[in-house]
Ligand binder design. Structure first.
Ligand SMILES: O=C(O)C(=O)C[C@]1(C(=O)O)C=C[C@@H](O)C=C1
Length: 363
């Protein structure tokens, strides 16, 4: 057989498989439409119907990975299903997702990674605006950065929870690769723009390679890229999406100081998420500035054998030097082991706020 004949045979197989896959995907989409009808039917009169179910999506993706036999790697096949679910959900309800913009930010990438491409992403100028858009109902969900493995916590996000009634209903993590971007590779770099967090994530590299060049913090990496595209002598530190959007050249790739540089983002919305089986809970607890304050907050976790995944301290807005702790831990507030723990924390804390229980990031 010739090459052309062999290819033709294999391509016929691929066409036949594609036909089956297409039929099956549409069968699945019809099922999702029926799911939507059931959700309508059983919704409380006058209440919002919640079509997006983060716990179910996490289970679907985990099932896909558990039964995967390759040759596609787990993550690749899960991404395909991520996209199929995104399209199915869009048939149930078209979603608008507010994210920390502008177009081309890592937060937008995180929004697409979590919700797939069938949603409308609405870029906002600040984290407070993301919260406002979701509170007002202009967007059903929001995506905000909360911590970076190199630079630590995003305080604006934590602080926004003080006054907000939104819940955390999911999380997504993104490996962050930064590049030094320029309009032309022959240009002399005189200024480097980036978001303060990104400048921090590339500090050592900048110290070694551009020790005497001014570093200017701007509102986002995408804004940095926009400036690099329009100012002579300007460079930006930003990701691939911003490079493509502003047609910049990559002068130096992957300049982050730590190769495992990862940012964690939160999905915020008005709904409470039911247990998925592998969840996290986030709370905000304040206690008095007195001996043993932190011990009193942490002892119940130790006694219940519950692992903390993160603890942050922030100044308390009451202004009296009380401590305010943001704590993430394993489990869902409705888990048998967790609900008595939540009650104990309510008893020992001056203030206690449950921010959400949600499935751990899958992808
Ligand atoms: O199971 C549901 O509740 C569905 O709406 C179906 C489906 C899916 O495509 O699998 C779609 C959207 C939800 O967020 C979760 C899952």
């Amino acid at each position: 057989m010739s090459e052309a004949q062999e290819l033709d045979q294999l391509r016929q197989q691929i066409d036949a498989l594609d036909q089956q896959i297409q039929l099956l995907i549409n069968e699945r989409a019809k099922c999702a439409q029926q799911v939507a009808e059931v959700k309508y039917k059983y919704a409380e009169p006058g209440s919002l119907v919640t079509f997006y179910r983060p716990e179910r999506e996490a289970q679907v993706l985990l099932n896909v990975m558990a039964r995967n036999e390759g040759p596609l790697p787990n993550e690749s096949i899960a991404r395909v299903f991520r996209e199929i679910m995104s399209q199915c959900l869009a048939l149930e309800e078209p979603l608008t997702i507010a994210y920390l913009g502008p177009h081309g930010t890592f937060t937008q990438q995180a929004a697409v990674k979590h919700f797939g491409h069938a949603v409308t992403c609405a870029g906002q100028v600040s984290i407070a605006d993301v919260f406002r858009e979701v509170e007002s109902g202009s967007a059903q969900y929001g995506v905000v950065p909360v911590e970076n493995s190199t630079e630590g916590v995003v305080t604006h996000t934590l602080d926004s929870f003080y006054d907000s009634n939104l819940y955390i209903c999911g999380e997504v993590t993104l490996r962050i690769h930064h590049h030094m971007l320029v309009k032309s590779l022959t240009d002399n770099v005189q200024r480097i723009y980036s978001h303060a967090q990104s400048l921090g994530q590339c500090r050592l590299w900048l110290d070694q390679n551009f020790p005497n060049v001014e570093r200017i913090a701007v509102s986002s990496n995408a804004e940095a890229a926009r400036r690099a595209s329009s100012e002579v002598g300007a460079a930006a530190i930003a990701g691939e999406a911003a490079a493509e959007l502003y047609e910049l050249e990559v002068r130096n790739a992957n300049i982050e100081d730590r190769p495992d540089n990862t940012t964690r983002f939160l999905i915020i919305g008005k709904q409470e998420t039911i247990p998925s089986g592998d969840d996290k809970t986030s709370i905000m607890v304040s206690s008095r500035n007195q001996p043993g304050a932190l011990y009193n907050v942490l002892a119940p976790f130790h006694e219940a054998g519950v692992s903390l995944t993160r603890i942050e301290t922030r100044p308390d807005h009451s202004g009296t030097w009380n401590y305010l702790f943001f704590i993430d831990f394993e489990g869902h507030k409705n888990d048998q082991r967790i609900s008595p723990l939540m009650q104990r924390l309510r008893d020992v804390a001056v203030d206690f706020k449950w921010l959400g229980s949600y499935p751990k990031a899958v992808l």
